[in-house]
Design a protein around this ligand. Structure first.
Ligand SMILES: Nc1nc2c(ncn2[C@@H]2O[C@H](COP(=O)(O)OP(=O)(O)OP(=O)(O)O)[C@@H](O)[C@H]2O)c(=O)[nH]1
Length: 636
């Protein structure tokens, strides 16, 4: 960029033949009606950019937006890169229908700065001029131009032009260019081939900058290319900045790969989508906008068919705004905060427009998601600063990779992490850093924490012998694909005091950890000791004393063996292992006569103290049935 060049773009608007092109020529000495076809038809059909030197010596750009109703979509394309507008009204004609429509569209496109020029004053007398000015002022009332200058000129004779130049300088100084930080975004308004050169695209850069040699992506198809050379206003440069009119020669792609409506962007920064989250405003004179109404959408240089999904109402009334989703027929690549226009088909009339809140939206799958989406879009409608946008996104999604959050907000990962860090410090957002960084909302952490603590309580009950749930199992419980991520999450839970995480296992904070190996050894010792005693089975207390176990250890071993059905406690709290149970059953089967207590005692070599409770236990299990003082074997 030359030193005195300032990335500020003024667009023209106004009714056909009110003298926009003549005025731009008068200001800049450039005839934007340069195409042969335009000359033939006497109309501007291609956006014409002209460098304009302010009285201060600074050079800004004027884009001569065509005036004919048919070419409104080109104005939308141009307006996306416009900082201020010059609305031209001919003094002899006054306010005309297209003056009104253009003003409405400019408001919808979010233009906030500008001034009004009353042109062709050489054709009217004082009184007519006064009327034209009054007429203009009543049109401007309540719009962004109401408190801005209205300057009478004659593009033809040059009268008033110096005043206009000064007013344009003041406007530029006061307004300042739009903030255009962020990833490079260039909606393509023309693509053509120059032999010996290759494919060239032109457009107004909306965000960021590009340099010679940069890798870029042609969206929505995601075709990668390299910037071979760049021109700004016809001069070769090595860097082009947002706000400038750019021609870029793209290496390695053919003219089939890129067309008007595509977007040349920084690599991996934008997402092509068929669902745009927006704030839509219906023009005061329009018919009510119905849910699922099919309209023509213009955004940047793209136009396509879109259905308007109203999230919380059946219709939007004239003059009202609402959060909505635009469901498009083609993939659209839009930048956050860019403006759009909706037009009916027949007649082809602009009815609504608004701002894109989130370019890659998701259709809500249920009522709860819809409510969350609405809350999120309401927040975005307030045009919050980045930090709050991010918090709203994280709260809405619950869990999102930092890379996705950065892409959706068109900021670098570094900027994103910086913006998130105060929330992390206040535990409003959880950040998982191992591998790809992931952001979690407080609510999501709570939900996941609750799911995990419930699962752990069950787990501890079922596996009292185990120290905790392995990380892999936790991943399944939490419905997370990635165990590595789960481990990081478990560490975060530990930091927040939700669970304990050690030796790759999670356990409830109040669950007593213990040595699993020692536990297994104790289980084996108990079994060995009990089986050695045969039919003189020990009570819990006897076994505990014999093996020198604590009451707590014994309790855990018994719970573990019972859970695994490897131990039964029979009346009087004797320990019965399955081996003895099986042996007892076999012995009963082998008794040739009646199964009496005496016969059982003899067969097992045990005393009444053990034989009777064993028989009663078998009765309770339905293996035997007592008839008088005998037993009948039911299950053999
Ligand atoms: N007398 C007079 N004629 C003017 C003035 N400005 C423009 N004209 C004439 O008005 C006609 C239309 O001017 P343009 O500059 O082409 O108008 P435009 O608004 O750019 O028109 P479109 O590009 O078709 O939208 C031309 O014949 C101009 O010579 C002016 O200040 N005084």
């Amino acid at each position: 960029m030359a030193n005195n060049e300032y990335p500020f773009v003024i667009g023209t608007a106004g009714h056909i033949d009110h003298g926009k092109t003549t005025l731009v020529k008068r200001l800049t000495d450039i005839d934007c009606d340069r195409l042969v076809e335009e000359k033939k038809r006497g109309m501007t059909i291609e956006l014409g950019f002209a460098p304009f030197t302010l009285p201060s010596g600074q050079t800004i750009s004027i884009v001569d937006v065509p005036g004919h109703e048919k070419f409104i979509r080109q104005m939308v394309a141009g307006a996306a890169g416009v900082d201020a507008v010059m609305l031209v009204i001919a003094a002899d004609d006054g306010v005309m229908p297209q003056t009104r429509e253009h003003l409405a569209i400019l408001s919808l496109l979010g233009i906030k700065n500008g001034l009004t020029v009353i042109n062709k004053i050489d054709l009217v007398d004082e009184e007519m001029l006064e009327m034209a000015v009054d007429d203009a002022k009543s049109l401007l009332a309540g719009t962004f131009l109401s408190d801005k200058p209205v300057i009478p000129v004659s593009a033809f004779t040059g009268k008033g032009i110096e005043e206009l130049k000064r007013a344009l300088q003041q406007m530029t100084e006061k307004a300042g260019a739009k903030s255009r930080k962020g990833a490079f975004f260039l909606p393509v308004d023309r693509a053509f081939h120059i032999s010996g050169f290759g494919t060239v695209v032109t457009g107004t850069a909306i965000n960021g900058e590009i340099h010679e040699g940069d890798e870029v992506e042609v969206m929505p198809r995601g075709i990668l290319s390299k910037v071979r050379s760049i021109q700004v206003h016809g001069a070769s440069v090595s860097t082009a900045t947002a706000g400038q009119r750019v021609a870029a020669n793209l290496a390695g792609i053919s003219l089939d790969d890129v067309k008007r409506g595509d977007v040349v962007t920084a690599k991996d920064c934008f997402t092509a989508s068929k669902c745009l989250d927006v704030s839509v405003r219906l023009l005061p004179g329009a018919e009510p906008l119905k849910h699922w109404q099919r309209l023509r959408l213009h955004v940047g240089t793209t136009d396509t068919v879109a259905r308007v999904s109203l999230l919380d109402r059946e219709q939007v009334l004239p003059g009202e705004s609402s959060a909505a989703q635009l469901i498009t027929e083609d993939h659209v690549v839009a930048s956050v905060d860019s403006c759009f226009i909706l037009r009916t088909y027949s007649p082809l009339v602009t009815v609504a427009g608004g701002r894109i809140l989130m370019p890659a939206g998701e259709r809500p799958k249920n009522r709860q998601m819809k409510a969350a989406l609405l809350e999120y879009l309401d927040k975005l409608s307030e045009e919050p600063p980045l930090k709050e946008r991010l918090l709203a996104l994280i709260n809405y999604r619950g869990i999102i990779t930092a890379a996705d959050a950065a892409r959706m907000n068109e900021v670098s990962l570094v900027e994103l992490m910086r913006a998130v860090s105060p929330f992390e410090a206040r535990a409003e957002v959880g950040v998982i850093r191992g591998g790809e960084a992931v952001l979690l909302s407080k609510r999501k952490i709570k939900e996941l924490g609750e799911t995990l603590t419930k699962a752990l309580a069950l787990f501890h009950g079922e596996h009292p012998e185990r120290k905790g749930m392995p990380a892999e199992e936790c991943a399944k419980v939490l419905d997370l694909q990635d165990t590595k991520f789960t481990r990081e999450l478990l560490s975060l839970f530990e930091k927040q005091g939700i669970v304990k995480f050690a030796d790759d296992r999670a356990r409830l904070a109040d669950f007593e950890p213990f040595d699993e190996e020692l536990f297994s050894a104790n289980v084996a010792a108990l079994k060995k000791y009990t089986l050695q005693l045969g039919y003189s089975m020990p009570s819990i207390e006897e076994a505990q004393a014999a093996l020198s176990l604590t009451a707590e250890e014994m309790k855990r071993i018994i719970a573990y063996l019972k859970e695994k059905k490897e131990l039964a406690l029979i009346t009087g709290a004797f320990l019965l292992f399955p081996e003895i149970e099986a042996d007892f059953k076999e012995k009963l089967t082998n008794i040739s006569g009646d199964i009496t207590l005496a016969a059982v005692r003899d067969a097992t070599g045990s005393s009444r103290k053990y034989a009777l409770p064993l028989l009663e236990y078998f009765d309770s299990k339905g293996v035997t049935r007592r008839v008088g003082d005998k037993r009948i074997l039911i299950k053999k």
